[in-house]
Design a protein around this ligand. Structure first.
Ligand code: PLP
Length: 466
């Protein structure tokens, strides 16, 4: 070892010296001594290896301490935090998809706090069924005669394929072999379920005849998958659900559809066209339909499966059902959300109300935000209300444009990317979009009351920059 390296290594203070720093106390109180010690050990270890590699010419202890403090600060505060979504993407997977309705939040809080009849039949005083709390609701809302709910829709698809087609073949159109964000790929999930995938047709055109000709004695299922964020437009066609349902019936196969977003309500009156409702699929004789609880339904993360009773019974009995079972808090939120549909109050579900918000309301919201910002910071940000495009998200309605409004700001004293970073460092963090020197706050996804936080954060930034 070179003498200058040995000298640098000796300069690193011993652990007890480091732990005796006066600032350590406040972190110890929050995180415990052993956590603080392990963070020190990590950073010291990194320094040591840099020194050994000859990457450090001198040792700056205050820099080392700063790095430790930076990491401890990160661990000290809760990691999962509320954020403000000013992106205009309603079902934003990275920002937690659905905001629950007040009733759903109440239900979660009550069920989480104490015991419940989760799996207890109060009439008979004996063990009951976890799924009973939502099965009737889902059947009522979709016209199906059975329902199962699991942890998420990816799980629902895995479970259905495993329970209904394992060891056999499932036929799917080449136009539907999609990947949905976050590494959910249809071919991989089929392989995982032990189902042999038989691709038919072409990317843009698949005919009923293609499915018919691919059927063998090993075929168990015809599978239809919602293409999610992906659309083929122009010269394209696929058979109708009715045609595939008829073929499946004739050949005694299961016809399953992974619908993804799963709209319960026809949103076409609000200008959102092109997505079938779950009830449409059931009516078209699809045997089993899977969809998410936290996309367009506006409830908690869950995977809903509705369909024909004998198939649903088979799914319930599969061992994966137990592995993917839904948690009681989720169940509470889902039941409360579904009840809002039954009671005709779905417009109070945040996802639905954000998607169906009319232009006038959005415009008013944007002007109100502008007034608030003006009052706080004058013309510092040169705020302007502008028309802008919002996005449904969650893989639904990818071709539909949601016309929205945003408050557009700019500031010559700070780069866009730095302002976005400042906004992300607010409490709570604010996620906005930037384009060509402007920052945009899409008002559609900014919830009631969040405007105040947004403005006070911008005011603070303005103060720092002046
Ligand atoms: C989103 C989506 C999934 C996955 O659903 P999760 O609830 O995120 O697990 C599966 N299939 C389709 C078509 C989807 O759009």
């Amino acid at each position: 070892m070179k003498p200058e390296i040995a000298k640098l290594l000796r300069e690193i203070p011993p652990m007890d010296k480091l732990l005796a720093r006066p600032w350590v106390n406040q972190y110890e109180e929050k995180l415990g001594r052993s956590s603080v010690k392990s963070v020190f050990a990590d950073v010291v270890g990194e320094y040591r290896s840099d020194i050994l590699k000859g990457m450090k010419k001198c040792l700056d202890i205050s820099e080392l301490e700063k790095e430790v403090i930076k990491r401890l600060d990160r661990y000290k505060n809760p990691s999962l935090r509320k954020a403000i979504n000013a992106t205009g993407v309603v079902v934003h997977t990275n920002l937690g998809r659905s905001c629950l309705a007040e009733e759903a939040i109440q239900a979660v809080s009550e069920i989480a706090r104490g015991y419940s009849n989760l799996e207890y039949n109060l009439e008979k005083g004996e063990r009951g069924q976890r799924l009973e709390h939502v099965e009737w609701l889902l059947c009522q809302l979709t016209g199906a005669d059975g329902a199962v709910v699991v942890n998420n829709n990816a799980g629902a698809v895995l479970l259905c394929l495993s329970a209904l087609a394992q060891g056999g073949q499932a036929i799917i159109s080449r136009g539907e072999l999609v990947e949905i964000g976050g590494s959910f790929r249809i071919p991989e999930i089929m392989a995982q379920s032990g189902v042999e995938m038989i691709e038919v047709g072409t990317t843009n055109k698949t005919k009923t005849r293609d499915y018919r000709e691919a059927i063998t004695e090993r075929t168990k299922m015809l599978l239809k998958v919602h293409p999610s964020n992906f659309r083929i437009v122009g010269f394209q066609s696929t058979p109708s659900r009715e045609e595939l349902a008829e073929l499946a019936k004739e050949k005694n196969l299961v016809f399953m559809e992974d619908l993804g977003s799963g709209v319960l309500l026809d949103l076409s009156i609000s200008g959102l066209k092109g997505e079938p409702t779950v009830a449409d699929c059931v009516r078209s004789q699809v045997d089993v339909v899977t969809f998410s609880g936290d996309k367009l339904l506006g409830g908690p993360q869950a995977g809903c499966i509705v369909g024909r009773r004998p198939l649903i019974d088979k799914i319930k009995k599969h061992p994966l059902h137990r592995a993917l079972r839904i948690d009681k808090m989720t169940l509470a939120a889902l039941e409360a959300t579904l009840r809002m549909y039954i009671e005709g109050r779905s417009y109070k579900i945040p996802t639905i109300s954000m998607l169906t918000m009319d232009a006038e309301t959005l415009k008013k919201k944007a002007f109100k935000l502008k007034r608030m910002l003006r009052r706080a910071t004058g013309e510092f940000y040169e705020p302007q209300v502008v028309e802008i495009e919002d996005v449904v998200g969650g893989g639904a309605y990818p071709a539909e444009k949601l016309s929205g409004y945003a408050l557009r700001v700019r500031c010559g004293k700070i780069k866009d990317s730095d302002l976005l970073e400042r906004l992300r460092n607010c409490k709570p963090p604010i996620i906005a979009t930037a384009l060509e020197g402007f920052i945009f706050f899409h008002v559609r996804t900014i919830l009631d009351g969040e405007e105040v936080t947004l403005v006070s954060c911008l005011k603070e930034v303005a103060h720092d920059l002046s």
